[in-house]
Design a protein around this ligand. Structure first.
Ligand SMILES: *Cc1c(COP(=O)(O)O)cnc(C)c1O
Length: 434
């Protein structure tokens, strides 16, 4: 490499100041773009690139990147698992996304604009939740379902006992076990019953002066069948200790399409003192922990020092309020879409892509409606398409079953059908339209 060529390689600052590159610095941050510039300069030093091509090479590289400053990439969920924990669970509604963007700057999250006084933090979201579940005397929010449970267990049972059925000592996912979480608060677990059966008598015998609460946990990712019995919430009341029900899935009221799934309103009406649930499961909102219960109990939880450590941020509050007050969120639309509508979409896509349409079975997933199969439809592709679609520029997650790659449409927003078709075309090389 001659001194002369070396000198003609543009300096980092000069490349960063050029028009399209400067825009990218504003969007992505200086460090991320600088890495690309340094890589192009290195290639020029190795003689792989002419000095004059350094800036164009950086511009080309930028065009290939998503124009966001994070490593998170949008993906299309065609797995047929509506709430996929690895894919961020519930997709937010457009109203919720817009609310997040609007709240992202400075916002009146904890201020009364009319008076200039400090306001109740997240009043809009809390009021929306209270309005959605009139049976709750009080409502509170935490970071996720696990945080809601930790707050309740700490405030009610730290250093004391939690009475819980053995069959409800569940592992939720990725090694996350509810009993471990509960013990981490300093509470002791008093297990009652056996793996398959527990009776009201077991609870009565277990409750004593050291009992902080009785906890009922919904086994949200498995079903036990055969010789089984559990105790309904209504039968746990009157034991003289608070009854906490972890329903997990976040259904606020019964949903006719999921008759076996517990909901907050029914649990409260049955006498639960507190219900905990997640915001990003069947509610279809952001990651959050919902706490709904009697006014006294919720007040106690809100005033506990730990509540501050588990509190939700303004983006969550904005998204949750818009989910509760706005149009039906995508997760619920996906749940309620008819098989016929899905089959129609599948046939349209299949015709344009020249691949077979198939019937398949989708699932709620993410800790909801275990064992429930939702009739669905989609596309059948060769099994090799699964990895190719996942690695594509607009990644699509599918399901491999029976030696084929199934693109299940129940978990795909219909607005994304065009995107999905383009991604499938990109891996199959077939021409658009016919
Ligand atoms: C999902 C779930 C949790 C955990 O909620 P996160 O929001 O994931 O923290 C706890 N309990 C039950 C029954 C669940 O289904």
């Amino acid at each position: 490499m001659t001194e002369d060529v070396r000198r003609r390689i543009p300096r980092t600052d000069a490349v960063l100041a050029e028009d399209p590159v400067a825009d990218a610095v504003a969007a992505l941050g200086r460090e991320r773009v600088k890495d690309l510039v340094v890589a192009a300069q290195d290639r020029a030093r190795r003689g792989e690139l002419a000095p004059g091509d350094v800036t164009p090479a950086v511009v080309a590289e930028l065009a290939r990147l998503d124009r966001t400053a994070t490593a998170l990439r949008p993906v299309i969920n065609a797995t047929g698992v509506l709430l996929h924990t690895n894919l961020g669970r519930a997709p937010l509604s457009r109203a919720a996304r817009e609310a997040v963007v609007a709240a992202a700057g400075t916002t009146d999250v904890e201020l009364e604009l009319a008076t200039g006084e400090r306001g109740r933090r997240g009043a809009g979201a809390l009021d929306a939740l209270a309005a959605a579940v009139p049976d709750a005397g009080g409502v509170h929010l935490a970071n996720n379902g696990a945080a809601a449970l930790v707050l309740a267990a700490t405030a009610l049972a730290a250093g004391r006992e939690i009475v819980i059925a053995r069959g409800e000592m569940v592992e939720i996912g990725d090694g996350f076990r509810i009993p471990d979480l509960l013990r981490s608060t300093g509470a002791r677990l008093h297990e009652v019953g056996t793996t398959n059966r527990v009776h009201r008598r077991d609870y009565i015998d277990a409750v004593g002066p050291d009992t902080g609460m009785v906890l009922k946990v919904h086994p949200s990712n498995f079903v036990v069948t055969g010789f089984t019995s559990s105790v309904a919430t209504a039968e746990l009341t009157g034991l003289g200790v608070p009854v906490v029900v972890d329903i997990g899935s976040g259904l606020l009221a019964p949903d006719a399409s999921l008759p076996a799934e517990p909901d907050a309103a029914s649990a409260l009406r049955a006498g639960a003192d507190l219900v905990t649930a997640s915001g990003d499961k069947l509610l279809g909102g952001p990651q959050a922990g919902l706490l709904l219960g009697t006014a006294d109990l919720v007040h106690r939880l809100r005033r506990h020092p730990l509540a501050r450590a588990l509190r939700v941020d303004k983006l969550t509050l904005a998204a949750l309020e818009a989910t509760l007050r706005g149009p039906e969120p995508p997760a619920r639309t996906m749940l309620h879409t008819s098989y016929r509508a899905l089959r129609r979409r599948a046939e349209i896509l299949a015709a344009t892509l020249d691949v077979p349409a198939v019937d398949c079975a989708a699932a709620v997933g993410g800790g909801g409606a275990p064992g429930v199969e939702l009739p669905s439809a989609g596309l059948a592709l060769p099994v090799t398409a699964a990895a190719a679609l996942r690695a594509g520029t607009d990644p699509v997650l599918t399901r491999v079953e029976q030696g084929r790659c199934v693109v299940d449409l129940r978990s795909v927003d219909p607005h994304d059908d065009e995107r999905l078709a383009a991604a499938v075309r990109a891996v199959s090389g077939s021409e658009p339209g016919r």
